[in-house]
Design a binder for this molecule. Structure first.
Ligand SMILES: [Zn+2]
Length: 177
């Protein structure tokens, strides 16, 4: 779709395949303020909040990040059945600077992935030519930097798209459960 980027499961081209196996290590120099804001959001346990509290927490995160990166704050729209009807949990529209998320699966990694597309549309330099690899790497590196143990738990539970649990075990030396 022109001007939009899915947060679903299409890997796209494999031009950055080596990095693709370790997307959570792709960004080495994330801003400490971005990592801190993400840790604050993780610690708020969004999935245990009420819908209005969660929306506020996600918007607060986006506002802090936009302050840090000096871009306009994107609007976050919560779309029931986004995944059921379209097959992805997040979407970014550069035309309207709007992030779409599915309230059935309010994922911080998905939020960060779509937010990275917002930064891309505001001129962020890509680490790979592929905008999806860049967004996957940024969002996972941010989450991993903010809370490495939780990130590893989510991967083991199969809750992180784009990353193969076997690849993480190779990276961390963990043995399969
Ligand atoms: Zn994307």
């Amino acid at each position: 779709m022109s001007g939009t980027s899915d947060g679903g499961f299409n890997v796209g081209d494999m031009g950055c395949v080596r990095e693709h196996q370790r997307p959570h290590l792709r960004f080495k120099a994330l801003r400490s303020g971005a990592v801190a804001a993400t840790r604050t959001l993780i610690d708020a346990r969004p999935r245990q909040l009420t819908d209005p509290q969660r929306r506020e927490a996600f918007t607060t995160w986006a506002t802090k990040m936009s302050d840090l990166y000096r871009v306009d704050v994107p609007v976050i729209s919560w779309v029931p059945r986004l995944h059921a009807d379209n097959g992805f949990y997040g979407l970014y529209s550069s035309e309207s600077a709007r992030i779409f998320l599915d309230p059935m699966r309010p994922s911080i990694i998905t939020l960060a992935h779509e937010y990275r597309h917002h930064l891309q549309s505001n001129g962020a330099r890509l680490v790979c030519d592929d905008i999806e690899h860049d967004a996957q790497g940024w969002s996972m590196s941010l989450h991993y930097s903010a809370h490495p143990q939780l990130f590893a738990r989510l991967v083991r539970a199969g809750q992180v798209a784009f990353i193969d649990p076997a690849a993480l075990r190779r990276i961390t030396g963990e043995t399969p459960p």
